[in-house]
Structure formats: structure tokens, C-alpha cells
Design a protein around this ligand. Structure first.
Ligand SMILES: NC(=O)c1ccc[n+]([C@@H]2O[C@H](COP(=O)([O-])OP(=O)(O)OC[C@H]3O[C@@H](n4cnc5c(N)ncnc54)[C@H](O)[C@@H]3O)[C@@H](O)[C@H]2O)c1
Length: 356
């Protein structure tokens, strides 16, 4: 359960607020009455959730800077005086990590080191959540879901950088934050879908761009199984976890998986079928049989820890998540007020959660 009283007037710093997940989180936190401070690179010049939904209106302070600039990062954190830091800023794309491994590692590894150094310089911080990914695990293409104590790994530079980010978190927790009064956790979520994602080479933005232009969606790996979930599902988990990090730091520090129900870990082709049908207008997809860099085929998360201890569980089925996602893009292409539409989707999600 999310406790509105907990969030009312609470100071939070989000890194990566100009991105897809950070933007949704900023709206949700503002809606809960929190004072949200953002630190990230400026939003993309083309399509951007940040601009389309006026994320800046949800913020108390807004710093456009690089997480690799430690002095700027420390200054922004000290000015914001947050009690909670949620670290989302990263280079999050596998294909871009093959094209630019140096920038991927410097952002995803030294960025998290800088985040912890900034936290060490800021006495107001009581909880830190480092958002990594399900791809941080050493992928053995195993049928059973990965558990939090499975080894870190990663074939491509992105996955490996997030495994490194996890190791940095664990080291800082043990080396610098033991008995410090600052709770440190990391969150590993699966493939997130939702309105307003415009990243290259992700299936939803690729599909929405193709369908809006009356083109067929090209799919690289139709048989790859991924744990799909709506963006609000892991964000719900992050908010619940942050509450507990403040209230029960000893029990809740550490690593947490936030994935969909096992039946919602589905091949890319199933997802493509559902979104084509939801879009209508005879939308279709086809296999792109060009050369593609290596991507993991099989990835499932075991989320028993979050379900049993945090009492978190996914709320929307894959079908619901996809229908809501397609609705968002349709509304956008119909020139609706996307800030209002986004807040209504958050309220709708919360109403499902309250009904459980
Ligand atoms: N979207 C997904 O499916 C998914 C799945 C698992 C984990 N994640 C993780 O969630 C986080 C957010 O992902 P997203 O999908 O919102 O990505 P996004 O690309 O939409 O947003 C990334 C954010 O990071 C910021 N950023 C990037 N490099 C930076 C730098 N050097 N300095 C400061 N800010 C920088 C960007 O400005 C942006 O605000 C990432 O850590 C990502 O690895 C995403």
C-alpha cells in the first residue's frame, strides 16, 4: 500500500527525471504531495515524455547536468536536501551500449559511484534506491526465475554495467553506510512498457511509430521471452520499498526483484500480436531477419521476496498493460492533454490497487 501521509511534503531527489520512468515517477510523487527535485540531462529534442506531459510542473527544482560531474551533482543534492534519493539516470539501451561502451560504463558505473559520493556529502538523505535491471544477472538462459542472490553478470556492455552498478551499491552499503542511518536498496525490474516511451529499438515505441505511419512493425527477436510489465508496476514497488527503507531500514535494505507474474513473461511475438490488435487499422508486424547483436533470449525474475516481505505484486495483467499503453499513444496522436491523460492513468492504476 502506498501511504499518502508518508509522501506528503517529503523531499525526494530523482535522477533521470527527464526520461521515461523518471517522468512517470515525478508525476506520481507530485500527485502524492512530495517535493520532487530532478537531476538529469536535458530531455531529448524530439519526442519526449518530459515535454509532452509537462514533467517540469511537477518539480520543486530541476537541474540539467551530467551525473559524471561530481561537483555539480553534490551541489544539487545539498541544495535539495532530500530524505530519499531514487537513482534512475543511466544509458539504458543494449544496442547503444555496443555502439558506445565507454559512455555506457562511465554513466552507469561511475554515475552510481558519484551518486553515492553525493549522498555521503548530504546528511539529510535517509534512504537510497538504485534502479538497475533484470539484465544485471549472469544470464544462463535458465527456465527458473533469477533470485536476488544469484550472481551478477551481463553479456553486453549495458547488462554488464548494471551488474557493476549492483556491485557498487553492495560495496557502498557495506563500506560506508553500515550503521550510518542511511538505508540502501537496489531494484531489478523487467522490460517496462507504457505511454511516452520514445527510446530507439524498444518494441512499443517502434510499434507506435510504425503504426502511426501505416507501416509494419519490424521485430528482431520474435521468440525472445521477456518479463513485460507496465511502467507503473515497478514504480509502485519503488514507492513501497522507499516507505519501508525509512520505516524499517534493517529489514528492507538490499536487492529486490520487481517483475510481472510468471504468465506475463511472454515472447515478443505475443506482445506484437496484442498491440497490433489493440491499435486496429489492420496494424501488422513482421520478422526483421537482418544481422543483430547478441541479446539474451530468456529472462525471468523470481519476485517471491517482494511478494512475501514487501507485500508488492503486479496489478495489471499484460493485456491491461498493453491496452493502457496503446491508449496513451492514441491520445497523444489525437492531440489530447497528455499531462492530464497521464495523471488519469496513474489514478486508474491506483484505483485497481485500492480494490485488491
Ligand atoms: N525502460 C525499461 O524497460 C527499463 C527496464 C529495466 C531497467 N530500466 C532502468 O530504469 C532506468 C530509467 O530507464 P528509462 O527507460 O526511463 O530510460 P530513459 O532513457 O528514458 O531515461 C534515462 C534518464 O537518464 C538520464 N541520463 C542519461 N545519462 C545521463 C548522464 N550522464 N547524466 C545525467 N543524466 C543522465 C537521461 O537524461 C534520462 O533522464 C535506467 O536506469 C534503466 O536502466 C529501464
Amino acid at each position: 500500500m502506498i501511504d499518502p501521509l508518508f509522501w506528503k511534503d517529503r523531499k525526494v531527489l530523482i535522477t533521470g527525471h527527464t526520461g521515461f520512468k523518471g517522468g512517470w515517477l515525478s508525476h506520481w510523487l507530485k500527485n502524492l504531495g512530495a517535493h520532487v527535485n530532478g537531476y538529469a540531462l536535458p530531455p531529448n529534442a524530439g519526442h519526449s515524455f518530459y515535454t509532452q506531459t509537462s514533467v517540469s510542473h511537477s518539480l520543486l527544482s530541476n537541474t540539467f547536468s551530467d551525473i559524471r560531474h561530481l561537483d555539480a551533482f553534490k551541489k544539487a543534492m545539498q541544495l535539495a536536501e532530500p530524505s530519499i534519493v531514487i537513482h534512475l539516470a543511466a544509458q539504458p539501451l543494449v544496442i547503444d551500449s555496443y555502439l558506445d561502451p565507454i559512455s555506457t560504463y562511465s554513466t552507469n558505473v561511475m554515475g552510481v559511484v558519484n551518486m553515492f559520493e553525493a549522498v555521503r556529502s548530504c546528511s539529510s538523505v535517509k534512504a537510497v534506491l538504485n534502479v538497475t535491471t533484470d539484465k544485471c544477472y549472469e544470464n544462463k538462459e535458465q527456465l527458473v526465475g533469477y533470485q536476488e542472490n544469484d550472481p551478477m553478470g551481463g553479456h553486453d556492455p549495458y547488462s554488464s554495467s548494471k551488474g557493476c552498478s549492483e556491485l557498487v551499491s553492495a560495496s557502498y552499503r557495506k563500506s560506508f553506510f553500515n550503521d550510518s542511518g542511511v538505508a540502501i536498496a537496489s531494484a531489478r525490474a523487467g522490460n517496462v512498457i507504457g505511454g511516452g516511451d520514445w527510446a530507439k529499438n524498444r518494441i512499443i515505441p517502434d510499434a507506435m511509430n510504425a503504426f502511426a505511419n501505416n507501416e509494419k512493425l519490424l521485430i528482431r527477436n520474435p521468440n525472445s521471452i521477456r518479463p513485460w510489465q507496465h511502467v507503473l508496476e515497478p514504480l509502485f514497488g519503488y514507492l513501497m520499498l522507499c516507505q519501508q527503507l525509512i520505516n524499517n531500514p534493517d529489514t528492507f535494505s538490499g536487492a529486490w526483484n520487481f517483475g510481472p507474474s510468471l504468465e506475463d513473461a511472454q515472447p515478443v511475438s505475443v506482445l506484437a500480436d496484442i498491440i497490433s490488435e489493440s491499435w486496429g487499422d489492420n496494424a501488422e508486424w513482421k520478422y526483421d531477419n537482418g544481422e543483430h547483436p547478441h541479446e539474451a533470449n530468456y529472462l525471468k525474475l523470481n519476485c517471491s521476496k517482494a511478494k512475501n516481505i514487501l507485500k508488492w505484486e503486479p496489478i495489471w495483467t499484460l493485456d491491461q498493460a498493453l491496452v493502457e499503453t496503446v491508449k496513451w499513444y492514441k491520445a497523444f496522436y489525437n492531440n489530447e492533454n497528455m499531462s492530464k491523460f497521464t495523471l488519469e492513468q496513474i489514478e486508474k492504476y491506483i484505483s485497481y490497487e485500492s480494490a485488491l
